[in-house]
Structures are given as structure tokens and as C-alpha cells.
Design a protein around this ligand. Structure first.
Ligand SMILES: CC(C)(COP(=O)(O)OP(=O)(O)OC[C@H]1O[C@@H](n2cnc3c(N)ncnc32)[C@H](O)[C@@H]1OP(=O)(O)O)[C@@H](O)C(=O)NCCC(=O)NCCS
Length: 405
């Protein structure tokens, strides 16, 4: 079986690719009623690839151009990879492998430093050099028990936004208040357009609130009620906060106060919070907050190890020599000396050995070298090197991106 991979550039192929992905996902209906030309708003030109077998499109993958924040605040070029799917009748024939390898090489050729994705399953992407670089937690808050401590600040003003306005205002708020938290990524225009399409074609209620004075807002939340069939008499009225963007303390407090103070609502579910989120500390009864899940969030692929290591900041004054192994992008297979003042290639003997997927896991500071070493994903010539590496790679904020794409 010969698989041909090529970039998809006409409207019919792009719509077919979206529907291949949706068929692969099983639970997603096919695209319908897309206005002519609209597909170009949902997929970045030149970044959707298709796999053809005997002329039939059977698999696809795409990406959006974005930037990712590293520890210390530097941002690097990054591909937000998504929509990887193979028709169920063509799986386990190496088609995803061909697509993903092609895509990783293309990302390298574009000069982007890394790629990230969200994985439907945890057993697929490590073989291509992706590792889990950030976690996300879902929490639920029982509002009746959620009194705030007396010294918790007021936050700023919060107002409901008309949903038609949201798609202009939210991208502006996000871009204008981009946090320095490692793992933060740009939300590409195609992502906003996809979200808009999903929202406008969904019949249920959903709401957007923004924090801050009009024109200089600093945060937002998107939420919707769930299980609304018996809403009028329900004893468990629940809202799900699908998107919580509160990069400043003021925005955080204003939005949390608003959401926990909503009349009628018994339970507020936050879908995606960073694992160091302070919510329990705000409450008199911290058990009003329950962590319901902790998920792997960012799957990261280091595409240019030298640039990635040089761009992030390190803590303390130790130094360690690390050999990286990357079977797919051979340029990454090299040794680096990493110290408080930076990282660069070296000829010195390595103290630590790690695969490119292990480097991805530690790069943003969300995973400890000692964990990798215990799991056999990093090998130390001297156990003391693991301690030094953990000091160097420590971060102030847990890495987090805060949204699905
Ligand atoms: C995941 C998916 C893209 C894999 O496509 P595929 O063409 O079958 O993958 P390949 O044949 O190239 O297999 C690659 C390897 O991954 C393994 N693999 C693939 N899918 C897997 C899965 N769902 N679970 C575990 N292992 C998987 C294969 O066994 C194979 O292993 P090997 O390298 O040891 O031989 C395909 O199953 C699919 O479309 N699934 C539904 C959509 C989806 O989950 N997309 C991911 C969105 S993030």
C-alpha cells in the first residue's frame, strides 16, 4: 500500500479532510451548511495535509502558527497541531505515522521551535517525540459552601457581553493580556473562528463575561448551564466554565466572585485550571472545592532542541550536561551544557541522557527530572546530576495553556 502525503489547498479537499477527521473521531457529526469559502477561515492556508491511498483521502493533520511561552517569559515559534485523524477502515497501516513524521519535518523546515497538541489517547504521541509538558485540573465548587475569606480582594467590574460582540472582544483581550506563565500559547485566528462556528450552531444557552473597564478589559469567562431539562426545579443547577482567562489577580477575583455569586447556581465546574490555581485558599471552607480530574494538557514536541534550551531561563547557579536523543530530527541529537546563565551545545561528557520526548516533559518545568529518572525516561551517570537539573529547571508558575484546540 502506497501512501501519498500532500498539502491540501482547494476547498473540496479541505472540507473532505475535516470530515475524515470527524469520521475518525466517531462522536463528531460531519460538517454541514458551511457557507462557501468559510473553510478558509477555519484552517490556516498551507498547513492541512492529507494522506491518499489509491487516490482516496484517508487521513489528515493540520496545524496553526502560534507562539509558546517558555519559563522566563521568552516566546518561540510554535505549531499548534490538531485534527489528526485516519478513517477507521484504514487505521493501523502506518498512515498517522506518515502524516505526523511529515508534519514534524515541515515544522522544522519552517523554523518553528516546537509543536504542541492535545491528545485523545495517551499512548499515541510519545513515539513521535511528544511528551506531556503541562497538566490541567477540573474542579467543582459547591456555591452554598463557597464563602470567601474576609480579606479576599474585590477584583474589578465584570459585565455580561452580547454573544455577537464576543468574537471581536475576546481575541483582543487575550492578545492584549497574554500571561507570562510557561506553556501559554497564542490562540490562532482559525481557532477563534472554529469556536464561533461551534457556538453559533449550538442551540443551548451560553454566556460570556468580561472583567475590567470597557475597552481595557483584562480577563473573561465563557460558561453555560448543563443538564437543563429540569432547570426550573433542579437542586443541582450546574454551570460549566469552559474558558477561564484571568491572568491578573484583579481579573481572577472579579471573575471568581461573579461566577460563585450567580443566583440559582448550586455548582460551578471549572473545566481547565492550572494545577497551582489558588481557588481553595480563597474560601473559608476549602472543601467546597473538589478536584474532579487532573488531565495531561500540553503534549509538546521539541523541534529545535538547541533553540528551545537556549530560549528558556534557568534557576540557581548549578550546571549539568545533558545528551538529547532524537531518532526523527537528527540535529537534535546532541549534548548541551545547561547552567544558570543559559544553555549551549558542548563536547563535554554528558551527566544525563534523555530522549526528545523526555526533554519535552521537563522543558516547561511541569515535570521533574527525578520522575523521568525513576521511570527510566532519563538516565543519570551520577544521581547528583538529577538534583542539579531539577534546581535549574524549577519554575514559579505551573505550566498551563488553558484551552483545547
Ligand atoms: C490515532 C490515529 C490517528 C492513529 O492512526 P493510524 O493510522 O492507525 O496509526 P498508525 O498505523 O500510524 O500507528 C502508529 C502507531 O501508534 C499505535 N496506535 C495508533 N493509534 C493508537 C491508539 N488509539 N491507541 C494506542 N496505540 C495506537 C499503533 O499501534 C502504531 O504502533 P507501532 O508504531 O508500535 O506500530 C487513528 O486511530 C485515529 O484517527 N483515531 C481517532 C481520532 C483520534 O483520536 N485522533 C487523535 C486526535 S489528537
Amino acid at each position: 500500500m502506497t501512501t501519498e502525503i500532500r498539502v491540501l489547498d482547494n476547498e473540496d479537499d479541505l472540507i473532505a479532510a475535516v470530515n475524515v477527521f470527524r469520521a475518525a473521531m466517531v462522536g463528531f457529526p460531519p460538517l454541514s451548511n458551511l457557507p462557501p469559502g468559510h473553510i478558509a477561515k477555519l484552517l490556516e492556508p498551507g498547513r492541512t495535509i492529507g494522506a491518499f491511498v489509491g487516490g482516496q483521502l484517508v487521513g489528515t493533520a493540520d496545524a496553526a502558527t502560534s507562539r509558546l511561552t517558555l519559563p522566563g517569559g521568552a516566546t518561540v515559534g510554535h505549531a499548534a497541531v490538531t485534527h489528526i485523524g485516519v478513517l477507521p477502515s484504514f487505521t493501523r497501516k502506518g498512515i498517522a505515522t506518515a502524516l505526523i513524521r511529515h508534519q514534524v519535518r515541515d515544522i522544522a523546515a519552517r523554523g518553528e521551535v516546537m509543536a504542541t497538541l492535545r491528545a485523545t489517547e495517551a499512548t499515541i504521541y510519545e513515539r513521535y517525540g511528544y511528551g506531556v509538558a503541562s497538566l490541567s485540573q477540573s474542579v467543582e465548587v459547591h456555591t452554598a459552601r463557597a464563602a470567601l475569606r474576609p480579606d479576599v480582594g474585590a477584583g474589578g467590574p465584570v459585565r455580561l457581553l452580547d454573544s455577537a460582540e464576543a468574537w471581536d472582544v475576546l481575541p483582543r483581550i487575550y492578545a492584549g493580556n497574554r500571561p507570562t506563565r510557561p506553556g501559554t500559547i497564542d490562540r490562532p485566528e482559525v481557532w477563534w473562528q472554529g469556536l464561533r462556528l461551534r457556538n453559533e450552531s449550538s442551540s443551548g444557552p451560553s454566556y460570556v463575561v468580561v472583567h475590567g473597564d470597557q475597552g481595557s478589559e483584562t480577563g473573561f469567562a465563557r460558561y453555560r448551564p448543563v443538564d437543563t431539562e429540569a432547570w426550573f426545579v433542579s437542586k443541582q443547577r450546574t454551570i460549566v466554565v469552559e474558558d477561564f482567562f484571568a491572568p491578573t489577580a484583579d481579573a481572577y477575583l472579579g471573575l471568581v466572585r461573579y461566577l460563585l455569586g450567580l443566583d440559582l447556581v448550586d455548582r460551578v465546574v471549572f473545566w481547565m485550571l492550572p494545577v497551582d490555581d489558588p481557588l481553595p485558599w480563597l474560601l473559608v471552607d476549602r472543601r467546597a472545592v473538589r478536584v474532579t480530574a487532573v488531565h495531561d494538557e500540553t503534549w509538546l514536541r521539541v523541534v529545535d532542541a538547541q533553540k528551545a534550551l537556549a530560549a528558556r531561563r534557568y534557576e540557581g547557579d548549578g550546571a549539568v550536561t545533558v545528551a538529547v536523543h532524537d531518532p526523527l530530527l537528527r540535529n537534535n541529537s546532541a549534548a548541551f551544557v545547561i547552567a544558570g546563565d543559559g544553555a549551549e551545545p558542548t563536547d563535554r561528557n554528558p551527566q544525563l541522557h534523555v530522549g526528545i520526548e523526555g526533554l519535552a516533559a521537563v522543558l516547561l518545568g511541569g515535570t521533574a527530572w527525578r520522575g523521568l529518572a525513576v521511570a527510566g525516561l532519563a538516565r543519570a551517570e551520577d544521581p547528583a546530576a538529577v538534583v542539579v537539573a531539577d534546581q535549574l529547571f524549577a519554575v514559579h508558575d505551573a505550566p498551563h495553556a488553558g484551552f483545547f484546540f
